[in-house]
Every structure is written in C-alpha cells, then in structure tokens.
Design a protein around this ligand. Structure first.
Ligand code: GDP
Ligand code: IMO
Ligand code: MG
Length: 429
C-alpha cells in the first residue's frame, strides 16, 4: 500500500499559522518537507513553554521523530541553516538523524541579500521584501547560473564559483552596484566560507526525491510544509507584490519531486481574520482602531522581520480563489480566540468593483485596488475557549461563524486554533 502526502498551504499573504498545523500533523508523521522559499519564512511553534521560530528547517522536525526535509525548490542560506541546526541541537534534537537537504536546493550567496536590499532601495514602488535574498537567488536559478548544494562537492566547484563571481561582478556593474557589493563578491573569501559550509552540511545532503518516494512506497506518513502563501505566489499573487516562487500546489510538486498522484489532503490555512506584511493590495485591510486592535490581540508582528503586520477581516472571496488554485480539501482556521474577543465580527463575502458585485477574485491590480469589500456580520464575544476540546464544546457564536465559512467554501473546517500553544487546537474527524 502506498501512502499519499498531505499538504499544508497558506491561503492569504503568509503567517496564517501553517507551522502550528504542521506541528500537529507531524506528531505521527515520518517526514515533513519544505518545497519552496527560504528563510523569508518564519513558522512559529510554541511547545513546552519554548517558542521556536523556524525559517528553513521544516517545523515538523520538532516532534522529535519526524525527518525534516529541505526540498529541491528551496533556496538555502547555509549560514542561517547552520545556526538553526545548532539551535535545535542545543534543545536536544538529534538533527544528524532527522535532517535531510536536497542536493538540488539552490544556495544563497552573500551578494543575494545585499542585492535584495539594493534593488528594494532603488524601487519607486517598494515590495517590502524580507531582505533575505530570495528574489536574487531565484533569478540566478532561472538564469541557470545558480549554485546547487551538490555543486559544493563537485570537482569543478572552484571554477564554477569563480565564473559565477566574475559574471555577477559584470552584472552588478551594469546596475551600478559594483562598489556596494564588492566585498560580497570576493572570490577567495567566498570559496573558503562556502567550502567550509559545504563540509558542515555534507552529512545532511542527499537525493530527497528518491527518499520521499520510497517513504510513500513504504506507506510512511509524509506532510508538506507550505511556506509563504497563495496571494504571494509569483503567478497567482498580487504581482509584483509577491515572493519569487510558487508556494501554491504546483510549486509543492516541482519543489519536492512528488507527482500530482502522490498528493492526499490539501489543507488551506487561514486566520479567523487576515494579515499582510509588506506592500501590495489588501481589500479587507482595516486602517483604523479595529485593525490596530486585531494586531495587538493577535500579536501580529513578523516572525522573520519583526515588522508590524497589516490586519483586517477575513476575506472569503480570496479564500475561494485559494481553494480553486490549490484544490483545497479542508481548512485550518487559527486565532478563533483572537477574533472571538470582538463583539461583532465581519467577513467579506463579495467585492464591489465599481458597482459590479463579484465573488471571483482577480489579481489585476487595478481591480484589486478599487474593490470594496461587501461584508456579512456575525456576533462575536466567543468567551474563553481554553476549555473547548471538541467542536461541539465551542460556543454557539463561534460555531455559527465557522459554519458559515464551511457553507461558503463548500469544504470542511478540520482544524481550529484556539491559542498559540501546541495543545490549543481542536480537530474534527
Ligand atoms: P506561519 O508562517 O504560517 O507558520 O505563521 P507564523 O508563525 O508566522 O504566525 C502565526 C502566529 O500566530 C504565531 O505567532 C503563532 O504562535 C500564532 N498562532 C497560531 N495559531 C494561533 C491561534 O489559534 N491563536 C493564537 N492566539 N495564536 C496563534
Ligand atoms: P511565512 O512562510 C509573510 C512577503 C514579504 C514581501 C513579499 C516578498 O512565514 O508565511 P521576499 O523576501 O519573499 O522576496 O518578500 O513576500 N513574505 C512573507 N510574508 N509570511 C511569509 O512567510 C513571507 N515570505 C515572504 O513580506 O511582502
Ligand atoms: Mg510566518
């Protein structure tokens, strides 16, 4: 019997609480795999009084018996990864046994974050990137000059790196950036540090595609930990205010080597409200005291950059789009405790686009920037949810809110987050 991989995907602009859902699924999983992005992601797990902020290593590894796999679609900063490894080791994790890195994952070099910052500075319309070098690293990948993990061990590594630094120097001179990035392109220094990083990471590097397929063939439980989210997707998000990868279902496949037939459940993660960090359109954003209150009650400050997140009501028009793009089979709704502190809760059920009412999301910026949310109001004041262990224990107002989301979406809400701690999650079977 072959098993299928369950996938966890963010439905809006990131930070929906994917890490927490993965953490639950990892409790009995053999492997958790990251497919896209890099250390622009920040997945928070609160367990046993300790708060872990995972950027590169799949948070599933925190179960203590799940193999964390960094897939081929990830762009990986070795320095950040080595820090994460050492942090986990300090907390007693057997990282040598439970971490695997794809030999095809691309490597972030010091000039990538610097270029990210320099390009952002030059932009008249800022994207608000995390500054981790994600865009420039994917540019190198698609330009076919990037370095993969396996290149660090190849006999021609030195020549490859030398060629790369040379060609980047020419390119950056073209952009007028050669001075600010000169240090980061010092070949000898790069060669020494990346040879060292390569050696330190060598025990983890393998063919993760074969590993994953063999795991499924042996009926093992595999979960995919989505990073970023649907509306940050380079194709399906609010371009250009997006990340430089496909964090949606297509990118999950190409970023791991799993086929469409290998996918089981696709869980879409949302908060009971919404948030965005960085620039770009956001139809249900609240630029008033209510938005500020959501931010404070939900502690909406970036896990990676510490930036205050923009906050607003839940947007079911965007969520329906995320269902279409990803083939969502069920939802995880986090922060029910946070939204339940409001007396009245609004949820967006349609957009008013210059007098035309629609439930179809479009990423066209003109349409998005002019779309006005049409809200439906629900009673809030859910009260203390900490004692609720089953869906039936939830107060009526909370069940009505979740019931409406299910009805609108046509898929069940399977996971309900009632707090930040690992245990604060209800599961419906
Ligand atoms: P991710 O990037 O999707 O994994 O999400 P982040 O970790 O960046 O952001 C989610 C934040 O919400 C974190 O601070 C979590 O600890 C917190 N969180 C997740 N679920 C819940 C919930 O149900 N209630 C509350 N109060 N906090 C939650
Ligand atoms: P997780 O996995 C929230 C946003 C940035 C910026 C845009 C481009 O924690 O949900 P990038 O550095 O990727 O080039 O930035 O994407 N962004 C995220 N926002 N959560 C994330 O990851 C994000 N990863 C990127 O803020 O707007
Ligand atoms: Mg996050």
């Amino acid at each position: 019997m072959m098993s299928k991989a369950d996938v966890v995907i963010g439905c809006f602009y990131g930070d929906e609480g994917k890490g927490k859902v993965i953490d639950y699924l990892a409790a009995d999983a053999d492997a958790a795999v990251r497919a896209t992005g890099g250390d622009n992601a920040g997945h928070t797990i609160k367990a046993g009084g300790v708060k872990y902020a995972m950027h590169l290593i799949p948070s599933g590894i925190l179960s203590g018996h799940t193999t964390g796999i960094i897939g081929n679609g990830v762009v990986l900063n070795p320095k950040v990864l080595l820090e994460e490894i050492s942090n986990l080791k300090e907390h007693g994790y057997d990282v040598e046994r439970y971490l695997k890195i794809s030999d095809k994952a691309h490597v972030i070099l010091p000039y990538h974050p610097m270029m990210d910052a320099a390009l952002e500075k030059k932009r008249s319309k800022k994207i608000g990137t995390t500054g981790k070098g994600i865009g420039p690293a994917y540019c190198d990948k698609y330009e076919r000059s990037g370095l993969r993990m396996e290149d660090l061990y190849a006999s021609d590594f030195k020549e490859k790196l030398e060629k790369l630094t040379e060609s980047r120097r020419e390119l950056l001179a073209f952009y007028g950036m050669e001075d600010e990035l000169a240090d980061a392109l010092d070949f000898q220094r790069l060669y020494e540090s990346y040879s060292r990083h390569g050696e330190e990471l060598r025990p983890y590097v393998c063919d993760t595609l074969t590993y994953l397929h063999k795991a499924l063939e042996r009926n093992k439980k595999v979960v995919v930990e989505g990073a970023q989210a649907t509306l940050l997707d380079i194709d399906f998000g609010s371009y250009p205010f997006v990340t430089s990868s496909n964090p949606t279902i297509g990118g999950i496949l190409t970023g791991t080597g799993l086929s469409a037939l290998d996918i089981g459940n696709v869980y879409g993660v949302i908060k009971a409200y919404s948030s965005r960090v960085g620039e770009g359109p956001y139809v249900t954003e609240l630029l008033d005291a209510t938005g500020d209150r959501i931010r404070e009650l939900g502690h909406e400050y970036g896990t990676t950059t510490g930036r205050p997140r923009r906050c607003g009501w839940l947007d079911l028009v965007a969520l329906k789009y995320a269902k279409r793009v990803n083939g969502l089979t069920a939802l995880a709704v986090n922060h029910l405790d946070t939204i339940g502190r409001f007396e009245r809760v609004q949820v967006c059920v349609a957009y008013d686009q210059n007098g035309t009412i629609t439930e179809d999301f479009s990423t066209n910026l003109e349409l998005l920037n002019h779309a006005k949310p049409v809200y439906r109001e629900f009673a809030g004041n859910f009260g203390d949810l900490s004692g609720c262990k089953r869906f039936e224990d939830l107060p009526e107002n909370a069940r009505r809110y979740l019931g409406f989301i299910e009805e609108y979406m046509g898929i069940p809400v399977k996971f309900i987050g009632t707090g930040a701690e690992r245990e604060a999650m209800l599961i419906r079977n």
